[in-house]
Design a protein around this ligand. Structure first.
Ligand SMILES: [Zn+2]
Length: 135
């Protein structure tokens, strides 16, 4: 469906942009910085400082993460559900996302090519595989 196509192509653009100019990623590129959780208990296969994607609404605190994509390339995308426009995209550290919302660790075992959705931060995640329509 086009909703995934536009979403994914938008973030593919962001990924290329940051790959070309890693300095744009800012603090997310730091090799080491502190987080507020016990790092010995890290549940993801990806390293704590893995770059991932979110929206400016999540970072400014105005929206919660309601949609999570572990895309077919292996990237994590933590979306607020109201935008997938590249102009609203932000690159952040996976550990910093978990600091912001510890409930995201419930998705640590979600494979690539799956997305998860919830009605609100208090609701359980609903998961589904999706097709890689862009390829
Ligand atoms: Zn971090």
């Amino acid at each position: 469906m086009s909703v995934f196509g536009s979403f994914r192509s938008g973030f593919a653009y962001l990924r290329r942009r940051f790959a070309a100019r890693p300095e744009l990623a800012g603090p997310a590129d730091a090799t080491s910085h502190p987080h507020g959780f016990d790092e010995s208990d890290w549940p993801f296969d990806d390293p704590i400082n893995t770059l991932c994607f979110t929206t400016r609404h999540v970072l400014d605190g105005s929206r919660q993460v309601l949609e999570v994509y572990h895309d077919h390339e292996g990237d994590w995308q933590f979306m607020c559900g109201i935008t997938n426009a590249p102009a609203d995209g932000k690159v952040v550290c996976l550990g910093c996302m978990i600091d912001r919302d510890p409930t995201l660790t419930q998705l640590a075992d979600m494979p690539s090519g799956w997305f998860a959705y919830r009605e609100s931060p208090d609701e359980p995640w609903w998961r589904q595989a999706y097709k890689n329509d862009d390829v």
